[in-house]
Design a protein. Sequence first.
Length: 115
Amino acid sequence: MNVVRELREKMGLQQKDLALKIGVSQPTISEWEHGKKDPSGERLIKLAELFGVTTLEILGIPIDPAQKNAPRTPPTDEEIQFALFEGVEGITKEDFDDVKNYAKFVAARRKGLIN
């Protein structure tokens, strides 16, 4: 069974209810549950927060229970580059610095430090 569907049903939510909670359409929830698309970005984070799981678990990547509560080490710049750009080739330092600065901006906005 799809993880999003399983978690949604455990919470007793209909697709339309979940869609309203995270700001997407009901057909989008259906696409996620049928494996046609994966949630990404802010929606993935909202799902993880709502369900109390990790973003990896939402995507169906199993997590070792011992690791779930273990302290997390921040990813290296190379790991971030690989995840964002599907590799590290061709990414300039300036481009990557722009990405990091934007991520800091978004984090500060989410915390209510800026509008």
